[in-house]
Design a protein around this ligand. Sequence first.
Ligand code: GLA
Length: 386
Amino acid sequence: MNNNLSNNIRQNFRQRFATEPLIARSPGRVNIIGEHTDYNNGFVLPAAVDKSIYVGISKRDDDKIVLYSEEFGEEHQSTVSTVEPSGKHWPNYVLGVVDQLNKRGYAISGFNLNVDGDVPVGAGLSSSAAVECAVAFALNELFSLNIPKIEIPEIGQKTEHTFAGAMVGIMDPFASVFGKKDHVIKLDCQSLDYEYVPLEIEGYKIVLLNTNVKHSLASSEYNTRRKECEAGVAMIVKAGIDVKSLRDVTIEMLRKYVEPADALIYKRCKYVVEENERLLSACEHLKNGNIEGLGKKMYGSHDGLSKEYEVSCPELDFLVDAVRGNPGVLGARMMGGGFGGCTINIVKEEAIDELVENLSKTYKQAMAKELTAYVAQTADGSSIVA
Ligand code: GLA
């Protein structure tokens, strides 16, 4: 937890709204392996991290919603009963949650809210899911709504679909709400069954290398990938095979029914089916203490994302290629939706400083951009800050 941030948000709230707020926090996430599998009913292996979004909140006597973003220094107003998407980006992650509560029959009145955080925006750590979950968590507490915990990630996901135009899966809000310190979550996105797996990587750390290329999920490619996967499933269904999603599909089915018809769709679907298999072995490696094995699967994941799923970018590829074969780095891959953001690396503790120093130079020379590095610590999921 970042005490400075939660204290600041409290003080700023008091000054702005002249009343005492309730404070909720919800963290960003990393994902060890299993990318673009969540919306295909597959598996993911995320963990919540020690960077969070904080919101201060209090009830109002009217129907008004008064929002303030500390980061953007901007206010936005709306009303609970007629809530609709705003032309601005950041208020939508709050307003979409209100819309979901309305639709689900959770009764709330107007409220004041301020938001701040230290999850870097556009870095692939899922700051938007963290905002949605912090807001849902805060409203749940403030209005004693008794929302089942499992519904909070769903509210976050639906907010993205309806108010941000990104057809995302469940991984990010799930990790934000259910994260557990020192653990990763092996989540089955089909059943929502999950298992906490201890993240035992003694002598190693998770290092995030930020390309500082901002990605935008709403930027059509994400939604296009989703449609390509659905198209692959539809081809198999058309052949009379009973499959509901890529979760039910095998490589043999893809070879028989998809490859001859559409090479691009085949490539996309093949990546997803193989990524699920990689995740299952990577998870076994983690449980057995075989971190080298886990690292190899991460490189495999990156190659698939880059060459078959085609959601990487030159900056991400540069950073992964630059650590391949480095004895201090066990594995690396791009993380999240793609087209920018961070790579996730498993690095020997004593090798971190030198690696970051060298890479910062070569990255700047090659890409004319700054590299930012951050050692990720796992953390617990959403909470009310006392
Ligand atoms: C984004 C989405 C997630 C997931 C990843 C890719 O982070 O929000 O639902 O699809 O991309 O794995």
